[in-house]
Write a protein that binds this ligand. Structure first.
Ligand SMILES: *Cc1c(COP(=O)(O)O)cnc(C)c1O
Length: 438
């Protein structure tokens, strides 16, 4: 099933990357191959190697690479000279997307949101969300959470926890307080109580917030999954203190946790939701910010961007909504597959006393060491499995397989992961025993 030829002496010259591409490149370092083709759950390199994709562009390819129905919709649209770029003008593609989003996503869930097309990246949707919350409330401070990840532009970066990413800002990142996420102090401390206490105490030093910004599962921050009870409390606290609740569903949304939105059936409705990554369904850049109509207090053009609404992405997103979300079949299948993934990962984790993290098809194993995690993921890559890490110390091996993956292929990928963890732990165990014996 997997073929990964060793790089040979006859490899084409790749020195252009060293010579011309900025040092800032990152994923290419842990996967030093040249990829040239992908379909479904597979990626191919130019040396005949085939790789199973357990990263899915960090959950940007929930429906796999080049899904035939999405691809055909885009090919047809381009062949008919459909509008590729039109600023935010009305286009057939935009109307079809909005109609479909209303019919397939909003109405069946009884959700009443306006759709704001932001610039095409997730961070832009977050910028728009926090700008709007500040405008609506007249307040400046935003509450975000430990280990949260919200993007790289200054406003979103201020809400992000990771010190390395924050360090890139070069200016103070302000007007955000990072409060402990669910479980941050272990199972015995309810961090929603702590937040409530601080907000209720006029002498706590915590200013009244414009917004509380939260991921239901922290995609980059270690796959910490908040409990529905905790999230409900956070929603109540936001309401009680006049703050807007923003759910950043950029990574956890679009089916990753088994529903279109990651907060469905939890008994609260966010004021604002940010979406990107798998929204276009085909890896095309496309982001949006959903807002309750009463908060739609923008002036025309007040948040702007040349690429607001990417018409090619409208086309593929519309095709994805129609194909995957018109009925409950796909979501039910994802939930069933999530249980399979969960029980396999739990078993592997239990073998070594590790913890499983996450929810739905967004799960991982906390191996408690970044070095161990990267040794395992690079060994997996040698076996033809693309898999990455997450967390404050990159200590969580995360499985973000495409949601459309076959059960058998999922199992085959997990076999590789299991074997490579066993190998790595075996070496560790041997070393520990040797030390103990001295
Ligand atoms: C990826 C991500 C972002 C940022 O999206 P970009 O498209 O990289 O700007 C924001 N929030 C979450 C939760 C993400 O996973």
């Amino acid at each position: 099933m997997f073929t990964t030829p060793k790089p040979s002496d006859s490899l084409p010259d790749r020195s252009i990357y060293e010579r011309r591409e900025s040092i800032v490149r990152s994923y290419a370092r842990s996967m030093p191959r040249q990829f040239n083709r992908a379909e479904g759950v597979w990626m191919h390199d130019d040396q005949g190697g085939r790789y199973l994709d357990f990263l899915s562009g960090c959950s940007t390819l929930n429906y796999g690479h080049n899904h035939p129905i999405l691809k055909q919709a885009l090919l047809d649209y381009i062949a008919a000279d459909g509008i590729a770029h039109g600023l935010d003008l009305h286009t057939d593609a935009k109307q079809a997307f909005l109609d479909t989003f209303e019919q397939v996503i909003l109405k069946p869930r009884d959700l009443d949101y306006r759709v704001m097309f932001t610039g095409p990246t997730g961070t832009n949707a977050v910028e728009a969300a926090i700008k709007l919350a500040r405008k609506v409330t007249g307040r400046e401070m935003v509450i975000a959470f430990t280990n949260g990840f919200h993007g790289m532009t200054l406003g979103a970066l201020a809400c992000t926890g990771n010190a390395t990413k924050r360090g890139g800002a070069g200016v103070p990142l302000s007007h955000v307080s990072h409060e402990p996420y669910d479980g941050y102090y272990g199972p015995d401390v309810d961090t929603a109580d702590l937040l409530e206490q601080r907000l209720a105490d006029p002498s706590s030093g915590l200013d009244a917030p414009a917004a509380i910004l939260v991921e239901t599962v922290q995609g980059e921050g270690g796959l910490n999954a908040a409990s529905p009870e905790w999230l409900r409390r956070i929603a109540e606290i936001a309401k009680a203190h006049g703050a807007l609740l923003i759910v950043d569903d950029i990574q956890a949304g679009c089916g990753r946790t088994g529903n279109f939105f990651s907060f469905e059936d939890m008994g609260f409705t966010p004021d604002i939701v940010t979406m990107a990554k798998s929204l276009s369904g085909m890896g095309l850049p496309f982001a949006l910010t959903l807002l309750k109509p009463e908060h739609d207090q923008w002036l025309p053009g007040e948040h702007n961007g040349t690429f607001r609404g990417n018409n090619h992405a409208f086309v593929t997103a519309t095709a994805a909504l129609r194909h995957f979300w018109s009925t409950d079949g796909f979501a039910a299948d994802v939930r069933r597959r999530s249980d399979l993934l969960g029980s396999r990962l739990q078993r592997i984790a239990d073998t070594y006393g590790f913890g499983m993290r996450g929810r739905g098809m967004m799960r991982g194993i906390n191996v408690e060491s970044g070095d161990l995690a990267s040794a395992v993921t690079s060994a997996c890559f040698d076996d033809g499995l693309i898999i990455e890490t997450s967390g404050a110390h990159d200590e969580v091996i995360k499985v973000l397989a495409p949601l459309v993956i076959d059960d058998a292929v999922l199992s085959a990928g997990l076999d590789i992961l299991e074997t490579r963890i066993r190998d790595a732990m075996g070496a560790d165990h041997a070393a520990n025993q040797a030390i103990a014996a001295e």
